[in-house]
Design a protein around this ligand. Structure first.
Ligand SMILES: Nc1ncnc2c1ncn2[C@@H]1O[C@H](COP(=O)(O)OP(=O)(O)OP(=O)(O)O)[C@@H](O)[C@H]1O
Ligand SMILES: [Mg+2]
Length: 403
C-alpha cells in the first residue's frame, strides 16, 4: 500500500529511523533548484527540549559554529529551524548505519570488523574531528569546537564506505540542561574523558580520550569503564585506569594497543596532542598491518553485513508517494542560523518542489502536473540523480584521499 510522505518546511519526511531521549530522527528528502533530490536526516527535538528556552539558545549558539564545518568526514548541517512549534535540525543523510549498531550486528552475526576496518574508520573519524577542532571564523578566530560526545552512535558509516561524524554541538547545549537538573549527565558517561567527568574545562584532547575509549571497545569487545550504576561509572572514568587492552584481548596487535593507551592517558599532556596526531598513528598502523586497505573494503563489509536491511529499506521507500498538494502556501519556518550561514547556505537552494523533473518515459513534465510521484520514480527518473558529493575516495598518497 502506498504511504504518503509528510511535508515539513522544505522537506518531505519518509520513515522514522530513530527515537531517542532528545529527538526523533526521520529520513527525508528535498530538491535543489535544478530538481536534484538531496536526502536529509531530520532531527526533530522532543517537546520537553523545545520548551527549554535556555537549551534552544545554547543549541543555536553551538550550531552557529557547527554549520560552518565542511569536511567529508563530518555530516553536514543544513539548517536549524523553528517550524510549527517544532525545532528541526536538517542534516546530510548518511545512507548506512551508525558504528554502534554495526558493531552489535557484527557480534551477533560473527562477522565483526577487522583491525584494519577499525583503524580505517577511526582514522577517517579523526580527520573529521580535527577539522572541527581547528575550525576558525572569517577573522581567523579559533571557534574552539570540542565534540564532547564522541561515541559509536555518533559515527555514521555509509554503505559506500563513507565515515561521517555527527552531533557536534549538541552535547554542550545538553550538558547545561541536564547538569542543572540532576547533577549527572545521564547515559553519556561511558566515553567521557576524566576531565569531563570532573566537570573541568575541556579542550580537544578530551575528544582524543573519547576516541581512545571507542577504539578500546572496538578492539577488545568491552567498554573500558563499566560499573553497576552511573555514579560509580563516573568514578571509574575519573580514575581512567582501565584493564590494559591486551589483557582483555591477547590477540590485539601491540601497536594498536599502544595507540589506545596513549589516547587514553589520564594526563592530557601524555595523550596525542591532537586528533590529527592520533589519525597519523592509525594510518601508520594501517599501512604496516594492511597496506592494501581501501575505502571499498569498508563499503563491501557494510553492504554484506546489512544486505537484508538495505533491501528492506529500498522496498519501504519505493512505497512512498510524494505528498505535495498544490495551492498550499509554503511555510519554511524560521531558520535560527540564517544570519550565521549567509545567503549562500546550502539550505537556501532547497525547495519541496521538484520543479524541473524529467520523468522517465514521460518527457519534460513538471512535478506539479504529475498526480503522484513515487520514490521509485524519483530515483529511476532520467535526470533525477543524486549529484556527486565531494568525498573521500580510496586512500592515496597525495593527501586528498582517506588515510
Ligand atoms: N545524518 C544522519 N544520517 C543517517 N542516520 C542518522 C543521521 N543522524 C542520526 N542518524 C541515526 O539515528 C540514530 C539516532 O541518533 P541520535 O543522535 O538521536 O541518538 P544517539 O546518537 O544514539 O545518541 P546521542 O547523539 O544523543 O549520543 C543514530 O545512531 C543513527 O543511526
Ligand atoms: Mg547521535
Amino acid at each position: 500500500m502506498a504511504r504518503r510522505t509528510t511535508r515539513l518546511g522544505r522537506y518531505h519526511l519518509t520513515n522514522r529511523i530513530a527515537y531517542g531521549g532528545m529527538a526523533e530522527i526521520f529520513r527525508g528528502f528535498t530538491f535543489d533548484e535544478e530538481g536534484y533530490r538531496h536526502d536529509v536526516a531530520i532531527k526533530k527535538l522532543l517537546p520537553d527540549y523545545v520548551e527549554d528556552a535556555n537549551f534552544v539558545a545554547m543549541l543555536e549558539d553551538e550550531y552557529r559554529l557547527v554549520s560552518r564545518l565542511r569536511h567529508p568526514n563530518v555530516a553536514k548541517v543544513y539548517e536549524l529551524v523553528q517550524l510549527q512549534g517544532h525545532i528541526l535540525i536538517a542534516m546530510e543523510y548518511v545512507d548506512g548505519r551508525d558504528l554502534r549498531t554495526t558493531v552489535q550486528k557484527g557480534h551477533k552475526t560473527r562477522f565483526g570488523l577487522s583491525y584494519a576496518d577499525v583503524a580505517y574508520i577511526m582514522a577517517c573519524a579523526m580527520d573529521g574531528l580535527h577539522h572541527a577542532h581547528v575550525a576558525v571564523d572569517e577573522d581567523g578566530t579559533d571557534l574552539g569546537v570540542v565534540h564532547r560526545d564522541f561515541s559509536p552512535s555518533n559515527v555514521l558509516l555509509g554503505y559506500d564506505g563513507a565515515v561521517k561524524i555527527c552531533d557536534f554541538g549538541i552535547a554542550k547545549a545538553r550538558r547545561n540542561r541536564i547538569e542543572t537538573k540532576t547533577g549527572v549527565i545521564k547515559g553519556k558517561v561511558r566515553y567521557m574523558s576524566p576531565e569531563q567527568a570532573f566537570g573541568h574545562r575541556l579542550d580537544r584532547r578530551s575528544d582524543v580520550f573519547s576516541a581512545g575509549s571507542v577504539l578500546y571497545e572496538l578492539c577488545t569487545g568491552h567498554p573500558p569503564f563499566q560499573a553497576a550504576n552511573e555514579i560509580d561509572l563516573i568514578f571509574r572514568v575519573r580514575e581512567a585506569n582501565p584493564v590494559p587492552p591486551r589483557q582483555r584481548n591477547p590477540h590485539l596487535p601491540p601497536a594498536l594497543a599502544r595507540i589506545i593507551e596513549r589516547s587514553m592517558a589520564r594526563e592530557r599532556s601524555e595523550r596525542y596532542p591532537s586528533a590529527l596526531a592520533l589519525r597519523d598513528a592509525l594510518v601508520g598502523f594501517l599501512k604496516r598491518h594492511e597496506p592494501s586497505y581501501r575505502r571499498s573494503r569498508l563499503a563491501r563489509y557494510m553492504k554484506r553485513l546489512w544486505a537484508p536491511e538495505i533491501e528492506a529499506d529500498l522496498r519501504l521507500l519505493e512505497d512512498y508517494v510524494l505528498d505535495l498538494p498544490t495551492g498550499v502556501p509554503d511555510d519554511f519556518g524560521r531558520n535560527l542560523l540564517a544570519d550565521a550561514m549567509g545567503p549562500d547556505a546550502p539550505y537556501a537552494r532547497f525547495s519541496p518542489r521538484p520543479t524541473r523533473i524529467t520523468r522517465a518515459g514521460s518527457g519534460q513534465a513538471s512535478a506539479e502536473f504529475a498526480p503522484e510521484i513515487t520514490w521509485g520514480e524519483l530515483t529511476a527518473g532520467k535526470t533525477v540523480v543524486t549529484p556527486p558529493r565531494p568525498d573521500f575516495d580510496d586512500p592515496t598518497e597525495d593527501g586528498t584521499g582517506g588515510p
